[in-house]
Design a protein around this ligand. Structure first.
Ligand code: C5P
Length: 404
C-alpha cells in the first residue's frame, strides 16, 4: 500500500518563487497515493498558473472565497472538512504572519482558520529570502504557529532566486512528502533517542583492497526513518552504502567495524533504544599493508592474519543490563537456514531482549524482507513486505516492550 493511499491533501500555494516546486510536490503526493486539492492565493497565481496545478492534480483549483462552484458557496468549510491534512507549500512570510493573527481575508487563510484544529493537521513549508527568514518577526511567528499546533517544517540552505545564499529555500518536494507521511504515523517513540547501525563494514587489506559483505543498508535506513516518523530523535551510524539520509535523522558515516564501535560508544550513553542492523565484519586484517600488496613472480598468495572485531551489540547489551532497562537493545541475525533455532541462540548469546531473524541471501540488496521476531517468551513471523513497512511494525513492537 502506498504511504498516502486514501489521504486527501489540500495543497495550498502562497506567493513565492518556490511555487515552481509545488508542481513537482503535487505530482509526488499523487505518486504516493494521495488525492490533491490545490488552493492558491492571488499572489501564488503570479508565479505558477492554476491551469498547471489543475492539470497535475486533475481537479479544479480554488483561488477565491467567492467561488460560486460550491453549491453552498462555502468553499472554506467544504475544503477544510474533506482534508486529511492541509499542506501550505510554499508558505510565505506574509502568509505565516496572517495565519498567526487568525486573519482570513482570502480563501486559503479563511480555510486554515476554519479547519477543525484537532482533526486536520496544518503543515507549513516556509520559503523566503534568508534575511526574511532570520528576521525576529518571522522567527517569532514560526514559534507561535508551532505553539498553536501547526507543524512548521525547516527550510533548506543554499542559493536563492534573489542571488543571495543562505537559509530560507523551500525544502525539496521529496523531503516535504516524507515529513507529511510522518505526520500520519503514531508517535510511539516520542521522547526517545534511538541509535541505529546500518550497512556493511569495510576492513582494509591494503590501500586499495578490503573485505566487506553484501549488506545494502536498506533495512537499517528504513529503521532510522520509521523511528523518526514515530517521533524519536534518531542517530544512524552507517557503514559504506549509497543511500540518501532519511529526513530528520542525524547520520554518522563510518568504514570499519572499529570505527563503528567507537561511533556507537560515543552516542549510546543517552540512547534509550539501540537497533543493530549493521552486518559488521567478524574479522579484520591484523596488519593493514601500508602499500598495495603486489603479485609476485612466483605466484605466492599473501599471508593474511586476522583479528576478531569488537562485538558492538554484545558490548552495548552488557552495558544496557547495567543500566537497568533504560536502554532497549535489538539485534539482527542474517541466517541461511534454521532461522528460528539460530535466532533464539543468537538472542541468548548476545543477551538482548529482542532479536530479529531474516534469511540473509534472500534479502541482501532487496527492498523487501520477511522477519522472525524472537524474544524470551515467543517467536512471531512478520511476513514479506517492503522494508519500511517492516521497520514500522518493528517500531510498534519495540514501543510495546519499552512500556512494559
Ligand atoms: O554475531 P552476528 O554477526 O551474527 O550477530 C548479528 C548481530 O550482532 C547484528 O545485530 C549485528 O549488527 C551485531 N553485531 C555487532 N558487532 C559485531 C558483529 C555483529 O554489533 N562485531
Amino acid at each position: 500500500m502506498l504511504d498516502l493511499q486514501n489521504k486527501h491533501i489540500v495543497l495550498g500555494l502562497t506567493g513565492g518563487i518556490a511555487c515552481y516546486k509545488a508542481a513537482e510536490l503535487c505530482r509526488a503526493l499523487i505518486k504516493q497515493g494521495a488525492s490533491v486539492q490545490v488552493v492558491m492565493t492571488e499572489s501564488a497565481t503570479q508565479f505558477i498558473t492554476a491551469v498547471t496545478m489543475q492539470a497535475l492534480s486533475n481537479r479544479a483549483v480554488y483561488v477565491s472565497q467567492w467561488d460560486a462552484r460550491e453549491p453552498n458557496n462555502m468553499a472554506h468549510i467544504n475544503l477544510s472538512r474533506e482534508a486529511d491534512a492541509i499542506l501550505i507549500a510554499p508558505a510565505s512570510a506574509d502568509f505565516m504572519a496572517k495565519l498567526l493573527h487568525g486573519r482570513a481575508d482570502d480563501l486559503l487563510s479563511l480555510m486554515c482558520l476554519a479547519r477543525p484544529v484537532s482533526e486536520v493537521p496544518l503543515i507549513l513549508a516556509p520559503a523566503m529570502n534568508r534575511e526574511m527568514w532570520v528576521n525576529p518577526a518571522t522567527q517569532r511567528n514560526v514559534a507561535q504557529l508551532t505553539q498553536d499546533g501547526a507543524l512548521v517544517l525547516d527550510v533548506g540552505q543554499g542559493d536563492q532566486a534573489c542571488g543571495e545564499t543562505g537559509d530560507g529555500r523551500m525544502l525539496e518536494p521529496d523531503d516535504i512528502v516524507q515529513d507529511l507521511i510522518a505526520t500520519f504515523q503514531p508517535k510511539l517513540l516520542a521522547g526517545h533517542k534511538v541509535l541505529v547501525t546500518a550497512g556493511p563494514t569495510y576492513e582494509a587489506i591494503d590501500p586499495v583492497r578490503g573485505i566487506t559483505n553484501l549488506s545494502s543498508g536498506k533495512m537499517g535506513f528504513a529503521m532510522a526513518r520509521a523511528a523518526y516518523e514515530a517521533g524519536a530523535n534518531v542517530t544512524l551510524i552507517a557503514g559504506p552504502v549509497h543511500l540518501p539520509t532519511p529526513r530528520g535523522v542525524q547520520r554518522i558515516d563510518v568504514r570499519s567495524a572499529t570505527d563503528m564501535h567507537s561511533a556507537v560508544l560515543s552516542q549510546v550513553a543517552d540512547a534509550s533504544v539501540f537497533v543493530a542492523t549493521a552486518a559488521v565484519a567478524d574479522w579484520r586484517v591484523a596488519k593493514v599493508a601500508e602499500q598495495k600488496i603486489k603479485k609476485t613472480a612466483q605466484g605466492n598468495t599473501p599471508d593474511l592474519q586476522f583479528t576478531e572485531n569488537p562485538d558492538i551489540l554484545g558490548e552495548v547489551a552488557q552495558t544496557a543490563r547495567a543500566r537497568n532497562g533504560e536502554l532497549f537493545c535489538v539485534g539482527f541475525a542474517a541466517e541461511s537456514h534454521d532461522l528460528q533455532k539460530h535466532a533464539q541462540a543468537k538472542r541468548e548469546k548476545k543477551g538482548v531482549p529482542l532479536l530479529v531473524g531474516n534469511i540473509g541471501p534472500a534479502t541482501f540488496g532487496s527492498d523487501e524482507n520477511a522477519l522472525l521476531l524472537v524474544d524470551a517468551q515467543d517467536t512471531q513471523e512478520i511476513p514479506q513486505a517492503n522494508k519500511l513497512d517492516l521497520a514500522r511494525k518493528l517500531v510498534t513492537e519495540i514501543a510495546q516492550r519499552i512500556k512494559i
